[in-house]
Ligand binder design. Structure first.
Ligand code: NAP
Length: 247
């Protein structure tokens, strides 16, 4: 079937999660026609649209955690995590916390500590996930303003990352990028759902390298394609995962 225009209330049912307590990693990514993840200003907002922002809000609405790489936090300077008031009752009825936790992956711990999210303005403390190679002074700084998880040596194993999130009760995870973290997660086979949005834009140059190619492609099956304003919103499920997808 061709792309379907989303009716007003479709979004509330278009991104189902499995039952609470079931591990599920949903990865969001916005990409231009020429394969860029950000506009000429280095931000993804400049290649986004109102419907894209609605989809992002919906995919977070009933999540336990929003997971990002440090490069995304440095570029996008996230706001504190809070659920919309109308979502809080629904979250509580499902046994979820009042808002998602923002989890940031960083080996360097070179993070923008001045952000309001690190100043007690998040509904729940942010979580910083790093490695045993982290600088001691930066680690101490992180512990002052966030929960901290220290995993493995210099390079963080995505499977250990996901296991650590689950151990903290964070089962429904929405990864909002960036491309480097996403490539690592897909390569490790821990991404259950890839929600890739195609922006009807060419931006030229500036594509971000995401590390070494995989030994073999990782395949997904299409669950839906929606369209709004020329933006195509795909929801894809890792091959073999479809039964667990709640779709
Ligand atoms: N189009 C979109 O949907 C979208 C979404 C998000 C971001 N973006 C754009 O993407 C750009 C940033 O790209 P990026 O690839 O640099 O972002 P990223 O993936 O968010 O960040 C990469 C950083 O995350 C940490 N990291 C990731 N995997 C790790 C691992 N396995 N072990 C240890 N640390 C790990 C490292 O942090 P340290 O360097 O601190 O060690 C690494 O440098 C920005 O321009 C942003 O606007 C676009």
């Amino acid at each position: 079937p061709g792309p379907t225009p989303p009716p007003g209330d479709l979004l509330a049912t278009a991104y189902p999660w499995p039952a609470p307590g079931t591990g599920w990693l949903r990865a969001m990514m916005l990409v231009t026609l020429d394969g860029a993840f950000a506009g000429p200003d280095g931000h993804s907002r400049s290649i986004s649209s109102p419907a894209d922002r609605d989809v992002l809000a919906e995919t977070r609405r009933l999540a336990d955690a929003v997971l990002i790489g440090a490069g995304t936090l440095r570029a996008e300077r996230y706001s504190p995590m809070r659920a919309r008031p109308e979502a809080v009752d629904e979250r509580r009825a499902l046994g979820l916390a009042d808002a998602p936790v923002l989890a940031v992956v960083s080996a360097s711990l070179d993070l923008p500590w001045d952000l309001p999210m690190f100043a007690g303005e998040s509904a729940l403390p942010p979580l910083v996930v790093t490695t045993r190679a982290a600088d001691a002074a930066r680690l101490a700084r992180a512990r002052e303003v966030a929960d901290v998880e220290v995993l493995g040596s210099a390079d963080l194993d995505p499977r250990a990352l996901v296991a650590a999130l689950h151990a903290r009760g964070l089962h429904r995870v929405v990864c909002e990028g960036g491309p480097t973290l996403l490539a690592r997660l897909v390569a490790a086979g821990v991404v259950d759902e890839a929600d890739v949005t195609l922006a009807p834009l060419y931006v030229g140059g500036g594509q971000i390298g995401t590390g070494a190619p995989f030994p073999a492609p990782v395949g997904f099956d299409v669950a839906h394609v929606l369209e709004d304003g020329g933006f195509l919103f795909t929801r894809m499920l890792l091959r073999g995962d479809a039964d667990a997808a709640g779709a």
